[in-house]
Design a protein around this ligand. Structure first.
Ligand code: NG1
Ligand code: ZN
Length: 512
C-alpha cells in the first residue's frame, strides 16, 4: 500500500539511534530532547492508528512537564481526554524500540492484532508547551485533553477551541463567585508563578475573560527566566520554599503552576516570615469538604471519595477519614492510576501531593444534579447548593488535572466560604516531611507492593526501613523507583522536621 511506502520513506528522515531503548512511562516518553526525534515520528504513526481504531480524535501532547528545559516528552490522549490504555502503552514502547528496518512489520502487527480498518479516516490534535520545537499550537497539557474530549463528545463537554475553554471556565467561575458576598479587591488578588512556561502565557490570555473578578499578579512569566528553573510547582513542593522572583506580602495567597500547567500548589508566608505550603493534599481536603457540605444542603445521597498516593501527608489521610468521614483510597503514583480509581465513585476527588489532580463526577451523579436544578419544589438553600454543584462541575476540567481550572475552583471555594489562606491551612497540620532522590546503578531492583508503600525486593530492605521508622514518633517512610527519572525516590515523615530529615537520610543510605 502507498501509505506504507510513504512511512518507509519518511521514517528515514527520523532514524532511531541504534541500540537506544525507551519506555512509555508514567506520562509517556520523557528524556533529553535530542533522543526524541524518532519517537515523535513514531508516536504520530501510533496516534493515527489509535484514531482509526477508536474512530475518534486522539491527542498528542509534546511536553516534559516539570522536567528541565533540555528534556522533552510525548504522550497520547484517548478519546474522552484520558490517558491511553495499558495495551496501547505497550504498543508505544514496542514501536519506539524496533530498529529502523522492522518498523513497517511492527506497524502491520499492531494493525492486524487490533483489526484496524486502514480506510477509516484519522484525526489527531497535536499540542505542545513552550519548549523549543518546530510545532504549532501552544497549549497547556490539560487544554489539549479538554479539546480532545470536546471534539469526541460533539460539543457536549464544551466547544473544542481555546476560546471555548476560557469561556466555559470563566462563566462557571462568575456563577460561583456571585455567591460570595462583599469580595474585596484584596480577596480577588492572587500571585501566580507561571514556572516560565505555557501556563503563564495562557493565564495572560485568559485574564480578559475573567474581567475584574480576579486580579492575577503574574511572575516567572517566561519573559526572562528558564522553564521550571528555581520556580514552578515541583520546585516549591520539593524544596518547600517560595519560587524566585515572587514578591510575597504577609498572608498573601500565592500559587505555582508546573511547566505544562497540569499541577498547582498554593502557599503563603506568615507574619514571622514562615513559609506555609498548601499542596495537593490540602487542595483535596478543601474541595472535598466543600462538596460534602453542598451534597448535604442539596439533600443528595452521593458517595464521595478522595484518592491519594503514598506521598499523601499522613495528617491529611487521618483528617479525611476520621474527621470528614469520607472514603480514602490509595493508589500507585501516576495520575492514570488515581483517575481510574476515582471513576469508581459518584464523586471522586483525586490529587497527588505534588498538586496534580481533579474531581470526577459520575454520569449518574451529574444527571441527578441536573435534574434537581430544574426541580420546582426545592427550597432556597437546596436550590443554591444544587446550582453551586452544577457550576463547580462546569469549572472543573474532568479530563485531567488542570492548574488553571483547579486554581479557579480553589479561588471560588475560598471566596464562597470567606476563607483566607491561613484559614484553609488551619484545617489540619501537615506532618513535617522530606523527599530525597537517590541515584543507583539499577533502580528496577526495587519492587514494591501495597500501592508502593512497601518494598518486596531487594530482600531485607523493607525490614531495614521498618526498624528505622520505629526510632521516630508518628513516622512513616517508603522508597520506590521513579517512573519519570533514573532515580529512586525516598519519602519520610515524622513529628518534627529534624526527625523527617534524619529518617529520609537514613533510609536513603539503606537504598544504596
Ligand atoms: P515519578 O518520577 O514516578 O515519581 C513523578 C511524580 C508523579 C507524577 C509523575 C508524572 C512525585 C513523587 N512523582 O513521578 O506524582 O506526577 O511524575 O509527571 O511527585
Ligand atoms: Zn505537568
Amino acid at each position: 500500500m502507498a501509505q506504507f511506502e510513504e512511512v518507509s520513506q519518511k521514517s528515514k528522515l527520523h532514524p532511531k539511534p541504534e541500540g537506544l531503548t525507551l519506555q512509555y512511562g508514567t506520562a509517556g516518553f520523557r528524556t533529553h530532547a535530542k533522543h526524541l526525534d524518532h519517537i515523535m515520528f513514531r508516536m504520530g504513526l501510533l496516534a493515527t492508528l489509535r484514531s482509526k481504531k477508536t474512530k475518534s480524535t486522539i491527542g498528542v501532547m509534546v511536553t516534559a512537564s516539570h522536567n528541565p528545559e533540555e528534556d522533552n516528552g510525548v504522550k497520547l490522549i484517548d478519546p474522552m481526554g484520558e490517558m491511553v490504555t495499558a495495551m496501547w502503552e505497550g504498543y508505544a514502547t514496542q514501536l519506539a524500540n524496533v530498529e529502523q528496518d522492522s518498523l513497517l512489520k511492527e506497524l502491520k502487527d499492531i494493525i492486524e492484532k487490533e483489526d484496524i480498518n486502514m480506510s477509516e479516516p484519522a484525526s489527531v490534535y497535536v499540542g505542545k508547551d513552550t519548549r523549543l520545537m518546530n510545532y504549532y499550537g501552544l497549549v497547556t497539557t490539560p487544554q489539549l485533553h479538554y479539546m480532545v474530549c470536546c471534539c469526541n463528545t460533539h460539543g457536549c463537554y464544551g466547544s473544542p477551541t481555546i476560546e471555548g475553554y476560557y469561556q466555559k471556565l470563566s462563566q462557571a467561575f462568575f456563577l460561583l463567585t456571585q455567591n460570595a458576598l462583599n469580595r474585596t479587591d484584596d480577596q480577588k488578588r492572587l500571585l501566580v508563578d507561571g514556572a516560565n512556561g505555557i501556563g503563564a502565557l495562557k493565564m495572560r490570555e485568559m485574564e480578559p475573560f475573567l474581567r475584574s473578578e480576579m486580579q492575577v499578579v503574574l511572575s516567572n512569566d517566561g519573559s526572562s527566566g528558564k522553564l521550571n528553573h528555581m520556580c514552578g510547582a515541583d520546585y516549591v513542593k520539593v524544596q518547600q520554599k517560595a519560587p524566585q522572583g515572587m514578591n510575597m506580602g504577609v498572608g498573601e495567597r500565592c500559587c505555582s503552576f508546573d511547566g505544562d500547567a497540569d499541577r498547582i500548589v498554593y502557599y503563603y508566608t506568615d507574619s514571622k516570615g514562615c513559609f506555609h505550603l498548601l499542596d495537593g493534599d490540602k487542595i483535596a481536603t478543601l474541595i472535598s469538604t466543600y462538596l460534602k457540605e453542598l451534597l448535604i444542603q442539596a439533600g443528595l445521597n452521593l458517595q464521595i471519595a478522595v484518592v491519594q498516593t503514598a506521598y499523601a501527608n499522613g495528617s491529611s489521610t487521618r483528617y479525611l477519614e476520621d474527621v470528614m468521614k469520607v472514603t480514602v483510597c490509595c493508589t500507585k503514583t501516576g495520575v492514570k492510576h488515581l483517575h481510574h480509581a476515582a471513576q469508581e465513585y459518584d464523586i471522586g476527588v483525586y490529587f497527588e501531593a505534588n498538586g496534580h489532580g481533579t474531581v470526577l463526577f459520575s454520569r449518574a451523579a451529574q444527571k441527578q444534579i441536573q435534574e434537581l436544578v430544574k426541580d420546582p419544589n426545592s427550597n432556597d438553600e437546596r436550590k443554591r447548593a444544587v446550582k453551586l454543584l452544577e457550576s463547580t462541575i462546569n469549572l472543573i476540567n474532568q479530563t485531567v488535572g488542570d492548574a488553571i481550572s483547579d486554581m479557579l475552583v480553589i479561588e471560588a471555594v475560598l471566596a464562597i466560604r470567606g476563607m483566607s489562606a491561613q484559614d484553609w491551612d488551619a484545617i489540619y497540620t501537615d506532618l513535617p516531611n522530606r523527599q530525597l532522590k537517590v541515584t543507583v546503578s539499577d533502580r528496577r531492583v526495587i519492587d514494591t507492593t501495597d500501592a508502593e508503600r512497601r518494598a518486596v525486593s531487594p530482600e531485607g530492605l523493607q525490614d531495614t526501613i521498618d526498624s528505622l521508622v520505629k526510632k521516630y514518633k508518628s513516622a512513616r517512610s517508603f522508597v520506590r523507583p521513579s517512573g519519570t527519572e533514573d532515580v529512586v525516590r525516598v519519602y519520610a515523615e515524622a513529628d518534627t522536621q529534624e526527625s523527617a530529615d534524619s529518617l529520609a537520610h537514613e533510609v536513603s543510605l539503606a537504598v544504596y
